[in-house]
Write a protein that binds this ligand. Sequence first.
Ligand SMILES: [Cu+2]
Length: 169
Amino acid sequence: MIKNLAFFLLCTLPWMSQAHPDHTHEAAHHAHAEPGSMQLMHARLRDFLPTASSTAGYFTLTNTNQQAMTLVKAEIEGLGRVEIHEHTHVNGMMRMQKIDKLEIAPDSQVEFKPGGYHLMAFEPTKPLKVGENRKLTLYFADGNRVYGLIEVVSLKAQMHNAKNGHQHH
Ligand SMILES: [Cu+2]
């Protein structure tokens, strides 16, 4: 059982049109969580800004397993390199750094978002196009993987979403 592929639930509704600020913290407690699963929601990847060599990706990941799950790697179709980053405050300065792993406690949720954990994507082999979906694969320390799609969004849409919290569904 332990080596089963992780279950994932991909939200197919357009996430941008679904901002419900009142429900920001409810997702972890919802009935669509099945035992022993990882749920990937609201995955979006910002389009590259002109001349930028990297861009950021965000999503919400819910661990409904009985044990902690450790995220160790992410891949996005058509991008040469993807890193897991965190933001830290050092002497009042906001900095980001690459991390090798991120443990997600049992029955808890981690939100990748601006100013927090995020994916950093580099070296596109195929230019991103706003509105398209790319394959996203998340790798965990126990060998499980979560497969999903990540939607390419504009900076404007991303900032709008950050202000309104993520969607409820
Ligand atoms: Cu970063």
